[in-house]
Design a protein around this ligand. Structure first.
Ligand code: BEZ
Length: 277
């Protein structure tokens, strides 16, 4: 998840984007977990999916890594099965965790995390190289993340509102914490690392916002405040609520469905299965 200051809490994430670990049927089917599998989970968050996978590998083992101390603490408290462990680790530098890169893993898995982890162009090659080192020969890297065009309306609205409020476009762009690559970029990157790419696909998946809570968390506003926190951080604190309101006002007609007033974000998922030769 986020790589620098820890904005995450399991509760805030669940209120703003609790659908993320639930919409995983396809990527879990690609993982095809076998009872004895040894699986490394990159960017595991607070671990609900890691624990779900652990239950399907009774003689195997899964290790979840995440850069958020808050998420790792929650994961360790909530998921205590013997074959499921969690470790605090910045996944831009997986090689710092010696047990992760020892070439013993059957599978490396990641859901909804690589768009944060791969944000910095200078650290991307190392992430793929470390995943390759982690795997046994013949092992697979199976992941889902945001792909090209993901949450495009929200992304461009935040940029535009920041510019309209006097911030330089370059500052607004630099504050964006996400990288949403195309399937072409990803296929080339995986092949460059040495992987055989078995699948690499984009799926357009409009996703309904969670309901807005009385405390202002959840809903479109809660999503923007949590997921867009880095972009909003360029705005001085006293003006931040107003900027969030401007973003929500612009998006209102774009994301709202006339039939029932529900609001949808246009998620685009990039999924891949890549094998270590
Ligand atoms: C995603 O899972 O696609 C996502 C998460 C945070 C911000 C934007 C997109």
């Amino acid at each position: 998840m986020s790589q620098s200051n820890d904005k995450w809490s399991a509760e805030a994430y669940s209120k703003a984007a609790g659908f993320v670990p639930k919409l995983t049927t396809t990527v879990i089917s690609y993982l095809s977990a076998q009872p004895t599998d040894k699986i490394l989970d990159i960017g595991c968050g607070d671990g609900p999916l890691t624990a779900q996978i652990a239950a399907s590998i009774p003689q195997g083992h899964i290790l979840g890594l995440d850069a958020s101390a808050s998420f790792i603490q929650t994961a360790q408290e909530n998921h205590t099965s013997q074959n499921c462990n969690f470790k605090l680790q910045d996944c831009r530098r997986i090689a710092e965790c010696a047990e992760a890169v020892d070439g013993s893993w059957d599978k490396v898995f990641s859901n909804a995390a690589l768009h944060w982890i791969l944000r910095e162009p200078s650290t991307r090659d190392a992430v793929f190289k470390d995943v390759y080192s982690a795997l046994k020969p013949g092992g697979i890297f199976v992941f889902e993340m945001g792909g090209k065009g993901n949450v495009e309306a929200v992304h461009s609205t935040i940029l535009s509102v920041l510019v309209a409020n006097g911030y330089a476009l370059s500052t607004a762009r630099e504050s964006c914490p996400w990288f949403f690559p195309s399937d072409t970029w990803m296929t080339r990157q995986l092949q460059k690392t040495g992987f055989e790419v078995e699948k690499c696909e984009l799926e357009y998946r409009p996703t309904k916002c969670t309901p807005k809570s009385a405390d202002g968390s959840g809903g479109l506003e809660g999503w923007i405040k949590l997921m867009g926190a880095e972009m909003l951080s360029v705005v001085e604190e006293s003006k931040r609520e107003d900027v969030v309101r401007q973003v929500c006002d612009v998006l209102e007609t774009v994301v709202t469905r006339e039939e029932d007033g529900s609001q949808y974000l246009n998620y685009v998922r990039l999924r891949a299965v890549a094998r270590k030769a």
